[in-house]
Design a protein around this ligand. Structure first.
Ligand code: SF4
Length: 427
C-alpha cells in the first residue's frame, strides 16, 4: 500500500503530516511522492486566506486527476469548514475533520477498508521528513479560545486541547533515537498550552529540556500575550533556540482593537525588549496584515514605525482577505485592493532592509548550524540557533550535521549568510 501525503499551511499541518507518515509506515505502508504511484492520497488543507483555499482545492483536484483509482482522504481547516457547512467536496472518498485528525490513519483504515500490510516498516527505515528538512515539527496543542476578528483558524480548529507532556517527550525521544537533532513545538495557540491540563508552556519546555536529550528545541509561533514570568528565563538554556515568531498583525492600537487582539503596540514593544534582554542574539519574526478594514494612513504609519522599532529579522506579510464566517468580513471601511497591494509592497521593502540589517549584525560571528539540505547552488543550507538562514559551500555530505560556522558575508539577495567552517565556536 503506497501513500501520498500532502499539506499546505502552518507548521501544525506539517507536524500532523509527519505523525501520519510515521503511523502509516509503522503499519507497513510505503510513502510515495506522486499521485500516479499512490493507492491512497491524504491532503491536509488550509483556510487561512483565499489563496490557501484555492491551493487546497488545486491539491485535491490534482490528486484526483493524477490517479482516479486512488482513495482520496482530506482533512484540515478548509475541508473541516466545508464539512461543517454541509458542503460536499467533489471526488473525495473521506473527510476527517479537525476534531478527529489525531485518529486519521485509524479512521481511514476502518472506513476505507484498507488492507493490512505484511509487516511494519523498521523505524530506522522510515522516511521522516518531506522536502529535505531535518527539523521535526511536533504538535503539542490544538485549538484556540480567542476570537481575533480576522481568524478562521479558531473556528476551524475548535477549543484548546493540550497533549500530555509525557506523550510529547516520548515522541521527541523517539525522534532523537532516529537521529533528529532539532524539534519545533507547534500549536494553534502555543501560549495557551496546558490551560486545560493544569500546566503551561513554560512547564512543558522545562520538562522537555529535562526529560529529553534533544540538542535543539525551537518554538513555533507564540501569540504576544499571556507569557509567564519565567518564560524569558528559559532562554538561559542553550538548547532552547533564541528565536520567536510573535504575530503583531498591526502597529496601531485602533486596528488591534478592531482585530480583538489582546496586545497593545506598547506592550508588544516591551516584549521585544524582554526577548533581547533574555538573550543578546534573540531574533524575532512576525505576521502583519496590510489593509485591515478601517486602516487609515496614520494607522499604517504606526505599523511601519513599530516594525522599524522592533527590528524584525523576518516579516510574513498578508494582504487582508475577508474570510467568510469571521467578524472582520462584516466590518465597515474596506480598503481598496490596490492600496492593500501598495501597503504590502512598502512593508516588503522595509522587511528586506531589516532582514539584511539582522544578517549584517551577525557577520563575523560563529554559530552551531544544523545543516539540512543542498540548495540549487549546491551549497549546504541550514539555520543558526537564532534562525538565520546560512549557506555553506562544501563537497562532503553534511546532511543533519551541526557544525560551527563563521558567517562571512550576506548573500546578494539578502536572505542568507554565506559561511565557512571554523575550528571552534568561541567567536
Ligand atoms: S490567537 Fe491566533 S489562533 Fe487564536 S483567534 Fe487569534 S489569531 Fe486565531
Amino acid at each position: 500500500m503506497r501513500v501520498l501525503l500532502q499539506t499546505l499551511g502552518c507548521r501544525l499541518n506539517e507536524a500532523e503530516l509527519e505523525t501520519w507518515s510515521r503511523e502509516f509506515q509503522a503499519l507497513g505502508y510505503a510513502i510515495t511522492e506522486t499521485p500516479e504511484t499512490a493507492d491512497l492520497v491524504v491532503v491536509n488543507t488550509c483556510a487561512v486566506t483565499d489563496e490557501a483555499v484555492r491551493k487546497s482545492r488545486k491539491l485535491m483536484n490534482r490528486a484526483r486527476r493524477g490517479n482516479p483509482d486512488a482513495k482520496l482522504v482530506v482533512s484540515g481547516c478548509h475541508s473541516s469548514l466545508e464539512h461543517a457547512a454541509g458542503r460536499a467536496i467533489p471526488g473525495v472518498d473521506l473527510v476527517v475533520d479537525n476534531r478527529h485528525k489525531e485518529r486519521l490513519v485509524q479512521i481511514a483504515r476502518e472506513r476505507l477498508d484498507l488492507p493490512a500490510a505484511a509487516s511494519p516498516l523498521d523505524p530506522g527505515a522510515q522516511s521522516l521528513f518531506a522536502r529535505g528538512r531535518q527539523r521535526a515539527f511536533v504538535k503539542v496543542q490544538d485549538g484556540c479560545r480567542h476570537r481575533c476578528t480576522f481568524c478562521i483558524v479558531t473556528l476551524a480548529r475548535g477549543e484548546e486541547r493540550s497533549r500530555p507532556p509525557e506523550a510529547v517527550a516520548e515522541e521527541i525521544q523517539r525522534l532523537c533515537a532516529q537521529g533528529v537533532q532539532e524539534a519545533v513545538l507547534a500549536g494553534v495557540h502555543l501560549g495557551g498550552y496546558g490551560r486545560d491540563i493544569g500546566s503551561s508552556l513554560e512547564q512543558l519546555i522545562r520538562y522537555l529540556l529535562r526529560q529529553t536529550k534533544l540538542p535543539r528545541l525551537r518554538l513555533g509561533a507564540v501569540e504576544p500575550w499571556g507569557l509567564s514570568e519565567g518564560f524569558w528565563g528559559l532562554f538561559d538554556n542553550p538548547r532552547l533556540m533564541p528565536h520567536l515568531h510573535l504575530p503583531l498583525q498591526s502597529g496601531s492600537d485602533a486596528i488591534l482593537k478592531r482585530m480583538a487582539r489582546r496586545c497593545k503596540a506598547e506592550e508588544f514593544l516591551r516584549l521585544t525588549e524582554q526577548a533581547r534582554a533574555a538573550h543578546p542574539d534573540f531574533n524575532l519574526s512576525t505576521d502583519i496584515i496590510a489593509g485591515f478594514p478601517g486602516e487609515t494612513e496614520a494607522d499604517w504609519q504606526a505599523t511601519l514605525d513599530l516594525v522599524r522599532a522592533a527590528g524584525f529579522g523576518h516579516l510574513h506579510i498578508f494582504g487582508f482577505s475577508a474570510r467568510p464566517g469571521t467578524p472582520a468580513a462584516e466590518l465597515s471601511g474596506p480598503i481598496p485592493a490596490d492600496l492593500i497591494k501598495a501597503r504590502s509592497r512598502e512593508l516588503h521593502g522595509l522587511g528586506e532592509a531589516l532582514k539584511r540589517a539582522a544578517f549584517e549584525r551577525f557577520v563575523g560571528r560563529t554559530f552551531p548550524v544544523l545543516l539540512e539540505n543542498r540548495g540549487g547552488d549546491q551549497r549546504w543550507g541550514g539555520y543558526t540557533p537564532n534562525f538565520l538562514r546560512v549557506a555553506l559551500a562544501a563537497g562532503a555530505d553534511l546532511e543533519n550535521r551541526i557544525l560551527p560556522l563563521r558567517l562571512t558575508r550576506v548573500n546578494a539577495a539578502g536572505d542568507a549568510a554565506i559561511a565557512r567552517i571554523t575550528p571552534d565556536i568561541s567567536g
